[in-house]
Design a protein. Structure first.
Ligand SMILES: Nc1ncnc2c1ncn2[C@@H]1O[C@H](COP(=O)(O)OP(=O)(O)OP(=O)(O)O)[C@@H](O)[C@H]1O
Length: 386
């Protein structure tokens, strides 16, 4: 009975967060801007146009909404947070703030600093053009070749073909049987001041994918987009055929974003925070979370308010949740930050186990070598290496 109540409350919070995101939150909805000629051409001029277009076309409060926490933002960024992690995510999304990028924008080429993700094009088996090389300098494991690819723009609105791989949602059962697959197609995202991703495509498969890049290149932004905390201006993000924008609840139940920031509702105790998340993920098991808390040595914090945790304690609580939840996509933003040596060693062991599993994709950012078996790398600094 009590559990049912928690569940109901959690669902309500979830729905409210999503509603807020949809109604309150920049950036623009995925389709925004269609028909304004922002999409397709591959030339630098068109890229420039695109780069300016969104800003000009959406003088919404993007900037205000996503101002870094330390600049005192009004937490609209949090409003954009996904639910699972509803709070965790919200927090995570809020906080690290800081520099974010525009990988696309920076990549040389277009005079205004914006360019597409060129790369070495070749035809994939599906008949779609694919980007080889560069990005997927995988550690040689199978599937590295498919970690990231681009599709030529030319279908600005996307149409049916720009969705989830022409029927990916219909293929969901097949994909789940084969292991999770995250597909990012023709992703466009800009803050009010700058574009961040232009025609970005990637495919993430089971195992650990190390998302690399210099400060401000867009790693956190990409994780937030994939988590559903930020909404793409255009393009699709789908996990096992479940579209992040079209089926947000179903999508979020399969994914978890682990950042390092204080959550909204910082007055919650750690126990309450965990209970809320356990309620949000019906298949989650409390004993697995407890085991992780114990391993990280933070069981003693259960009665503390979240706001009283140290940086490392907070990270450990978040990681305990992340490692225990039955999700198919785990997004870990600088998971080693703030951890003591013992926790780093423990986390590496856990990642090694996760990396060997075929039922979960782990996308992690880390400025330090993770020192775990990385299946492939996405390097935002090197978009066009072949
Ligand atoms: N709310 C915002 N409004 C405007 N620009 C932003 C906002 N948040 C981030 N940016 C910009 O977007 C770019 C990408 O930032 P992001 O945090 O994704 O980079 P990062 O690769 O994770 O950086 P780091 O390695 O320092 O964590 C940066 O250039 C940053 O200045």
């Amino acid at each position: 009975m009590a559990l049912a109540r928690v569940h109901a409350v959690a669902s309500f919070v979830l729905a409210a967060l999503l509603a807020q995101r949809e109604h309150g939150g920049p950036p623009a909805k995925p389709d925004a801007g269609r028909g304004r000629g922002r999409g397709a051409a591959v030339d630098a001029g068109a890229a420039r146009h695109r780069a300016r277009g969104p800003g000009a076309g959406h003088q919404r409060a993007d900037g205000a909404a996503h101002r870094p926490w330390r600049q005192g933002r009004a937490r609209a960024d949090r409003r954009a947070a996904p639910c699972h992690g509803g709070l965790a995510a919200a927090s995570a999304f809020g906080g690290t703030g800081g520099a974010r990028v525009c990988a696309a924008a920076r990549a040389a080429g277009a005079g205004d600093g914006v360019r597409r993700w060129p790369g070495a094009w070749r035809m994939g088996a599906s008949g779609r053009p694919r980007l080889s090389g560069a990005w997927l300098r995988g550690a040689g494991a199978a599937g590295g070749d498919s970690a990231l690819y681009g599709t030529r723009a030319g279908r600005p609105g996307g149409g049916a073909d720009s969705g989830v791989d022409g029927g990916g949602e219909r293929n969901m059962a097949v994909e789940q049987k084969d292991g999770p697959v995250l597909r990012i197609r023709d992703l466009h995202f800009h803050f009010d001041t700058r574009p961040v991703f232009v025609d970005f495509c990637a495919q993430i498969e089971p195992g650990i994918t190390w998302l690399r890049g210099a400060n401000g290149m867009g790693k956190t932004t990409l994780l937030k987009l994939v988590a559903g905390a930020l909404t793409a201006n255009r393009g699709t993000i789908a996990l096992d055929g479940i579209d992040c924008a079209a089926q947000p609840l179903a999508y979020r139940l399969a994914a978890f974003y682990c950042g390092g920031d204080l959550p909204d509702l910082p007055w919650l105790t750690v126990q309450e925070f965990l209970d809320l998340h356990l309620a949000l993920y019906p298949a989650a098991q409390a004993r697995l979370v407890e085991r992780q808390l114990d391993a990280f040595g933070v069981t003693g914090t259960l009665g503390q308010a979240l706001s009283t945790l140290s940086l490392g304690q907070h990270k450990k609580v978040q990681l305990s949740l992340a490692l225990a939840l039955p999700v198919r996509l785990l997004l870990l933003d600088e998971p080693f930050n703030g951890l003591d040596a013992a926790a780093v060693a423990y986390l590496r062991g856990q990642l090694a186990e996760l990396g060997a599993r075929q039922d979960v994709c782990v996308l992690l950012t880390s400025h330090l070598e993770p020192l775990v078996a990385v299946r492939r790398m996405l390097d935002l600094d090197r978009p066009q290496q072949a």
